[in-house]
Design a protein around this ligand. Sequence first.
Ligand SMILES: [Mn+2]
Length: 469
Amino acid sequence: MRVLNLNTLILLVLPLLSQEPVGFHGARLPSSFFASNRQRLIQELKKLGPGTLAVVKSMPLQFRNGDTTHAYRQDSDFYYLTGVEEPESVALIHSESVKPYTLLVQAGDLRRERYDGPRLGIPGALGHGADYAERFPEADKVLEKAVKEAERIVLINNFDEDFRKKILDWVYPLGSDNSSASRKKILFDGRNLVGEMRLIKQPIEIEMIQKAVDASIEGHRASMERSLRATNEGQVAGAFEGRVRSLGARFLGYDTIAGAYNNTCILHYPYSDKPIFRDQLFLMDAGAEIGFYTADITRTWPVDGTFSAEQAQIYRLVLGAQEAAFAKIKPGARHQEGYLAAMRHLSDGLVDLGILKGDKETNFNTRAYARFTMHGISHWLGLDVHDTGSYRDLKGADPNGRMLEAGMVLTVEPGIYIPIGSPGVDVKWHGIGIRIEDDLLVTPSGYRNLSEKLPRSLESIENFLQSKK
Ligand SMILES: [Mn+2]
């Protein structure tokens, strides 16, 4: 047996001694997860008829500027079915074959691998569970043959128009309108098929979302603390991003929204480079991505640690709306019920504060509140921040939308925004934008708030900030 040397020992013991959590670096779901997703897809393909082939395409690499590309992040459908993280990959999943899974991967290129790191290659593809694998450009022949032989093609790809055209040309060759061979072949858009599969989360996915949420909670705490001494929005955004990166988030689920004062009223405020002054509110909407799953959390707080009277009144109103929506989250309830409960609460509260004039019924019925509430309050959450799956009622035509089911993960995020210059509104409210957003799992008995550990009530936010002063 090899004896541990001193350096190894220090490396093993150091994390135990430090305050720093180990984090979620390199967290990934097991290959059995992707294999079972492919099996579920095969069951769906069988329903379309014999000889159905799913062609699943990876996300293309995108140029950012000059010869620089955006950081590569796999397409979520492709990832869900394969676990493969590389660009220029194609998965073929057949409804009947005894060896249904072919994985086509990017060409071997020793020089590029010196720059970008090793590529999967054929052994790597087989290691990902493929029954058969080939590299491009040879793989193009495999792809063409499979597409031409299939009875039916289900194309699962969001963003690669060139690839779609290539497949279309094989399915419907130019001048083939009268050929019985091409007419029997149908090209389906398979995005909704996988989108619906992704909507109900499996237990290990929920664990991964919880990791993303936990890292994001740490990031939000770091930002709140940093804001007490910050002089620029960028310092607060940077505290989040640095913290979640150090906890294992290679990516953010979406660009951080972090702004002070009137910028709290810009829903997707992208700049985070303006000065901060002590009496201002700060709104941050930020989520870490861990193992390809993202969180989506918003908090709004006063950078000096104490809400002003007006800030507190709007905060309590938005919090009450969020609680009203929470109360509607349970299996069998409709997705829209939470929205309606939140809007009723916000509308009535705006009347009570004198921000909306007139009686409550008229204000609610005319949706006069909408100029202050701006947006819906909930979306699905998972591999994508706005995750896949329909919001409509798929069975009947209930106007309140889809029925909630255990295993769905969704955000609840009401807000009130009163930008400077809002006509007819007392200036004491101007520049107040407040959104509170949490990530909820629908459970058999109701819901679990995955982000409940992050201070949310007015008192807990003030207490947290005061404790960091
Ligand atoms: Mn959101």
